[in-house]
Design a protein around this ligand. Structure first.
Ligand code: HEC
Ligand SMILES: [Cu+2]
Length: 355
C-alpha cells in the first residue's frame, strides 16, 4: 500500500518536471525572436554598414569568444576542486605552488589577455581617428541641442549649408564629423556606422565614419541629456556623391530664400512667422535665429521634432498645436494663444519649404 503511494508520488514529480521543461522550451521559443530581432535593424551594432562599425562588431565577437573561454576555464577549475584529493605538502612546496599561481594567473595571463585585446582594439580606434588623408574628407559639423540636432556643412560649394534633425552624407567615402553641444552633454551615435562620441559644450570632438552604400540609418542621442533625451532621434541618409552635392546646392542660402518668398497667398503666414516664430527659428531670407531648429527646408524632411512624427501633409500644423503632447516638456513654447486657422496657414506654408 505504502509502496504504491510512493510510486504515484514519483510519477507526479516526473510529470511536473516534464511540464517545467516544456514551459522552459516555450519561454525560449517565445523570446528567441525578440532576442534575435536585436541583431538587425536601425540601431544594431551587429548589422554594420561601414568599416568602423564592422571593426567594432569584430571586437564584440572576439570579446564574447574570449569571455566564453574564460568562463569555461573558471567553471572547469571550480568543478575540479570538488574532485581533487587532499594531499599533504611541505611548506616549501606550498610556497612554490603559490608563486606559480601568482606569476601564471596574476601576471602572465592578464598580460597576454590585454595584449590580445589591444591587438584588436588599437587599430580599430586608430581608423576612427581623423588622421590626415591624401584627399581631405568631407567635414560635417553636428551640434546637439536640448532636444534636437543642428547640422552644418562648412565645405559646401557656394557657402555653408545649415539644416536640422537630418544628416545627409556622401556614401562610399570617409566623412569627418566634428561634434559639439550648445547646452548640456549629448552623445553622437550612428550604431550601424561606428562608435559613439560625446558632444561636449565648448569642445569639438572628431570621429571618422563611412557608409559603404547609400541608405538610411538611425541615430540616437547616446547621453542622457534631460527629459527629451529619448525623443532625440536623428535621421541619417547616405547619398551617392552627385546626389549629395545636388542636395547641398538646393540648400544654398539664395535658393532657400527664393523658396521662402514664393507664393503671394502665404504673405500672411510669413508675417505671422516674423511676429511669433522668428525670434527662435531661421528661415532663409526672413530670420536668422538659432534657438530652435532651422526651418528653411523643413518641408523636405522625413521627420518632425527629432523623430517624434513623420513629415506628411498637415504634420507641421499637428506639431504646432500638439507638440507639448507629442514631445512633453520640449523647449518650444505652447502657442495656445494662436488660433487654429492661423497655425494651419503657417503649417501649410512651412510645408512648401521643400528644396
Ligand atoms: C522660444 C523659442 C521658440 C519659438 C518662439 C518657436 N519655436 Fe519652434 N521650436 C523651438 C524649439 C526649441 C524646437 C525644438 C523642439 C524639440 O524638438 O525638442 C522647435 C521646433 C519646431 C518645429 C519642428 C522642427 C523640426 O525640425 O522638427 C517646428 C516646425 C517649429 N518649431 C515651428 C515653429 C513655429 C511655426 C513657431 C511660431 C508660431 C515657433 N516654432 C516658435 C523653439 C521655438
Ligand atoms: Cu541629447
Amino acid at each position: 500500500m505504502r509502496e504504491r503511494k510512493g510510486a504515484r508520488a514519483t510519477g507526479d514529480i516526473q510529470r511536473a518536471s516534464r511540464r517545467r521543461v516544456n514551459l522552459g522550451m516555450l519561454t525560449l521559443w517565445l523570446t528567441a525572436p525578440w532576442l534575435l530581432a536585436g541583431c538587425a535593424g536601425d540601431h544594431s551594432i551587429l548589422d554594420p554598414a561601414g568599416p568602423a562599425a564592422r571593426d567594432i562588431r569584430m571586437i564584440w565577437f572576439v570579446m564574447l569568444g574570449f569571455a566564453t573561454v574564460v568562463l569555461i576555464a573558471v567553471v572547469a577549475l571550480w568543478l575540479y576542486t570538488f574532485k581533487a584529493r587532499e594531499v599533504t605538502r611541505t611548506p616549501a612546496q606550498e610556497r612554490r605552488i603559490g608563486r606559480r599561481w601568482i606569476i601564471g594567473g596574476g601576471i602572465v595571463l592578464p598580460t597576454l589577455t590585454v595584449i590580445a585585446l589591444l591587438t584588436f582594439g588599437v587599430p580599430t580606434g586608430q581608423r576612427m581617428l581623423t588622421l590626415p588623408l591624401d584627399e581631405p574628407p568631407e567635414v560635417i559639423e553636428v551640434v546637439g541641442h536640448q532636444w534636437w540636432w543642428e547640422v552644418r556643412y562648412p565645405g559646401a560649394e557656394g557657402g555653408e549649408v545649415v539644416t536640422a534633425n537630418q544628416l545627409v552624407m556622401p556614401a562610399g567615402e570617409p566623412v569627418d564629423f566634428h561634434v559639439t553641444a550648445a547646452d548640456v552633454i549629448h552623445g553622437f551615435w550612428i550604431p550601424r556606422l561606428g562608435g559613439k562620441i560625446d558632444m561636449l559644450p565648448g569642445r569639438v570632438n572628431r570621429i571618422r565614419l563611412e557608409a559603404d552604400e547609400p541608405g538610411v540609418f538611425g541615430a540616437q542621442c547616446a547621453e542622457l541629456c534631460g527629459v527629451g533625451h529619448a525623443h532625440m532621434h536623428l535621421h541619417v541618409e547616405a547619398l551617392p556623391r552627385e546626389e549629395y552635392e545636388a542636395w547641398l546646392a538646393a540648400r544654398q542660402q539664395e535658393a532657400l530664400a527664393e523658396l521662402a518668398a514664393q507664393n503671394a497667398a502665404f504673405d500672411e503666414a510669413r508675417e505671422n512667422f516674423t511676429r511669433f516664430c522668428s525670434g527662435c527659428h531661421q528661415v532663409a531670407g526672413i530670420s536668422s535665429a538659432n534657438i530652435g531648429p532651422n526651418l528653411s527646408d523643413v518641408g523636405g524632411r522625413e521627420m518632425l521634432g527629432a523623430g517624434v512624427m513623420a513629415m506628411e501633409e498637415g504634420a507641421v500644423y499637428q506639431w504646432l498645436r500638439n507638440h507639448q503632447t507629442l514631445k512633453p516638456d520640449n523647449l518650444m513654447p505652447r502657442h495656445d494663444d494662436l488660433d487654429n486657422d492661423m497655425l494651419q496657414d503657417l503649417g501649410a506654408w512651412l510645408e512648401t519649404l521643400t528644396p
